[in-house]
Ligand binder design. Structure first.
Ligand code: ATP
Ligand code: MG
Length: 729
């Protein structure tokens, strides 16, 4: 059936329509505030490219901020143009796109195709091990140098494009120069120098270890991606149209990546400088103007109408962000009804605050039950730890809730245990997987034996698995015969998995066979109190594997013919098929962003608890932002107050109909009672007495239901009845 493009585009306003139809060959920036339809325009532009310009979906590539957002985008597109069109679209985060292409073209950038992706947790462990030899020195000199801190410095250096070598060359000498003149005067510089020195050494070691283990961390994916795309862009990448959402939160490497891809191609980006909230992860909003310099004919389109929120919510949110005097003014209006003034509540303690939140959610649902469901409420927190009192208050009231991004499935012990076996089967050089797998279940190899294995393997320049494979040689450390026997059976297990992989046995089946052969359920039962729920997670991993399997088989089949005929030295279809399904499954697991595994259906009937960061791009009818006090918003450890203000702005602008802001005068922090006051971000505008906020909770009158249903574009039940009756007549 033919799809009527004009009909689809009819719901857009003139500015949006202009952006959708704008000449694809001119670089385009769509800049606009929250809820103005940026994401909607991006999706419509893809539809327009496919249906009106007859562009093949396989030559369109959309970059989103999370994998979850990519899935949502694909779903929305599938609803409009059907699965046959969307299955070959390239969609994902910068990281997942890089991973995909690096696998196919690893030889171009001097990588092994079976590299393992090392997640943040794994990186931290490697760094902790590298820091160990310095521990004594660090303590003696009273230096502040925790592994998390080192990991973040290294990651920031990488995000800016510094390799260990350039980091040592450029950062360290600049420090030496200052220290030469001031060294004797300023002891803090001396200290800083030691810290920097250690950082540089650890970074160098870390780089080597990743190389030896045939592993890439998340930052490496981008670094190698830039290398691949800038040197081999034409033969490697068949996409012609690149569209990027949430561009304000790209870092330097991501920008470089975009640039290397976008040259000679068509690029559309959407973003909002007021919503840049990832500076702490090296995002740089300046990339917006960098793009205008690098692509001199870049055209800008502004969208100015907000469709998401009531006028009262939009007005208060804009007042908050307007206090940032350095920001560039943008206009944003709405023709939505005024609605209720956002509520601002002060409480004696966090317990009272949490009890109020639970009570108020119940009251709203009771009054507006025909318009609002549990899934329509979200509580947005500055950081995860604030959720505890709220969770228990909701529980007390019998309100079901779920935590978005809090439930880190792929960080669970049992999930990582199973993955480590599969990783090792795929990449025998990846020692972190060896160390994890051989200990779970325990095989009598204690820390001492393991560190002996590690150092012997390092001496021989072989992987730890390889060393154990030859455990009966004289080269291996002094290991007692029973342990040797167990180690040999471990090697057998890995070989067994490798054989299954060669025979193209599906990962879901491999996991089933693996857990049987190592008696994993039994091991959990014997060692873990909550073994049942952990075993459930193993089952869930099998489900995830089968999902990946069906995705992989449906997309590889659909690779377009034109690319098989491509002149490129290697055709994508062939390269793609060469990747074992196990490898593709491992990649999907490592890239799965937080909370991705949670099914949307499950979320619909529950109140959501989320961090403000994880809520980016999303919307809910009712938004509650607790703990808006002067230590939390701005977070007292922040280096950038304005970024904190924008974060509050992002939180408030998620709301469609109702917005609550609250704080408590006293809060328990690490067992001590602390006095708190309302965040300046709010009090400054509240003190202006312009009626931005109200101290009264909304009184729901019958006509209010109409206002809320109007903004949500949900018909009231009696309206539906009327329509039904009319239809029946
Ligand atoms: P954010 O900056 O928060 O990511 P955004 O600019 O991407 O917001 P969207 O999420 O695309 O905004 O749109 C916000 C809401 O407004 C969505 O529910 C969308 O369906 C709706 N919307 C956008 N444009 C229109 C329109 N022209 N008519 C009706 N609804 C619209
Ligand atoms: Mg958006």
């Amino acid at each position: 059936p033919s799809i009527d493009v004009e009909h689809i585009l009819r719901s857009l306003n003139p500015q949006q329509l202009k952006a959708v139809k704008f000449d694809p060959s001119v670089p385009l920036q769509i800049l606009a505030g929250p809820g103005s339809g940026k994401t909607k325009v991006l999706i419509s532009r893809i539809v327009h490219l496919i249906l009106s310009h007859k562009i093949s979906p396989s030559s369109i590539c959309a970059v989103t901020f999370t994998n979850k957002a990519a899935n949502e985008m694909r779903e929305r597109l599938t609803k409009i143009i059907g699965k046959s069109q969307t299955s070959s679209l390239q969609m994902g985060t910068f990281h997942s796109l890089c991973a995909r292409f690096l696998r196919m073209y690893s030889h171009h950038v001097d990588l092994e195709t079976n590299f393992t992706i090392c997640d943040a947790d794994e990186s931290k462990k490697l760094i902790a091990a590298l820091l160990k030899p310095y521990k004594e020195y660090i303590v003696e000199n009273d230096l502040t140098l925790a592994e998390g801190q080192v990991a973040s410095v290294i990651s920031k250096a990488k995000a800016k494009g510094y390799s260990a070598a350039t980091y040592c060359q450029e950062i360290i000498p600049s420090l030496k120069n200052t220290s030469k003149s001031k060294l004797s005067l300023d002891p803090t510089i001396q200290e800083k120098k030691c810290v920097e020195q250690i950082m540089a050494e650890v970074y160098t070691g870390y780089e080597q270890i990743l190389k030896q283990n045939n592993a890439l961390d998340f930052d490496d994916l981008l670094i190698y991606g830039v290398r691949l795309f800038s040197q081999h862009s034409e033969s490697v990448l068949w996409c012609k149209h690149i569209l990027v959402d949430e561009f304000q939160d790209t870092n330097t490497m991501q920008y470089e990546l975009m640039k290397s891809i976008a040259i000679k191609r068509c690029i559309t980006i959407v973003g909002d400088p007021d919503q840049s909230i990832y500076g702490w992860r090296s995002a740089e909003v300046i990339n917006l103007s960098r793009m205008r310099e690098d692509f001199s004919n870049t055209h800008q389109i502004l969208l100015e109408q907000n469709y998401r929120s009531t006028a009262a919510i939009l007005r208060a949110s804009l007042a908050i962000v307007a206090e940032d005097k350095k920001r560039i003014q943008k206009s944003l209006h709405t023709s939505n009804p005024l609605g209720f003034s956002p509520f601002i509540g002060q409480f004696e303690s966090e317990k009272e605050e949490a009890a109020f939140i639970a009570f108020e959610i119940k009251r709203c649902a009771a009054n507006m039950g025909d318009v609002l469901r549990w899934g329509d409420f979200v509580v947005l927190l500055r950081f995860n730890a604030l959720s505890r009192p709220i969770e228990s208050a909701l529980q007390k009231e019998g309100i079901p809730c779920r935590i978005l991004g809090g439930h880190k499935f792929f960080e669970r012990m049992e999930v990582k245990d199973i993955l480590s076996y599969l990783q090792l089967a795929d990449n025998p050089d990846f020692n972190p997987a060896f160390i994890r797998a051989i200990k779970s279940p325990a095989r009598g190899t204690g820390d001492k034996t393991l560190s002996e294995i590690a150092s012997r393997a390092a001496d021989l320049k072989i992987s730890q698995l390889q060393l154990v494979e030859n455990i009966h040689d004289n080269k291996t450390p002094d290991i007692k015969p029973p342990i040797k026997r167990k180690a040999a059976s471990f090697v057998q297990t890995i070989r067994f998995l490798r054989k299954l992989d060669k025979e193209n046995v599906l990962p879901s089946e491999m996991i089933r066979k693996l857990v049987n052969s190592i008696n994993y359920e039994d091991y959990l039962r014997k060692t873990q109190q909550d073994w049942e729920s952990r075993w459930e997670n193993v089952q869930e991993l099998i489900t995830f594997a089968s999902e990946v399997e069906s995705d992989v088989t449906s997309t590889t089949k659909k690779l377009p013919l034109e690319h098989l005929l491509n002149e490129a030295e290697e055709t994508t279809g062939v390269a793609e098929e060469r990747q074992s399904i196990l490898r593709q499954f491992l990649q999907a697991s490592m890239l799965s962003s937080e909370g991705d595994n949670q099914s949307e259906e499950e979320g619909k009937e529950k109140v959501t608890l989320s961090t403000c960061h994880a809520a980016k791009g999303l919307e809910w009818p009712v938004v509650i932002v607790p703990s808006v006090d002067q230590d939390t918003f701005p977070f007292y450890r922040t280096e950038d107050i304005e970024e904190e203000r924008r974060l509050l702005f992002v939180a408030c602008t998620r709301a469609q109909s109702l917005l609550y802001i609250s704080y408590s005068l006293r809060r328990q922090v690490a067992g001590k009672t602390k006095q708190k006051k309302l965040s300046d971000f709010v009090s400054v505008i509240h003190d202006k007495n312009e009626g931005y906020f109200s101290h009264d909770v909304p009184r729901f009158l019958p006509q209010d239901r109409a206002v809320i249903s109007n903004v949500l574009r949900r018909p009231l039940p009696d309206e539906t009845d009327v329509l039904k009756k009319l239809a029946e007549m």
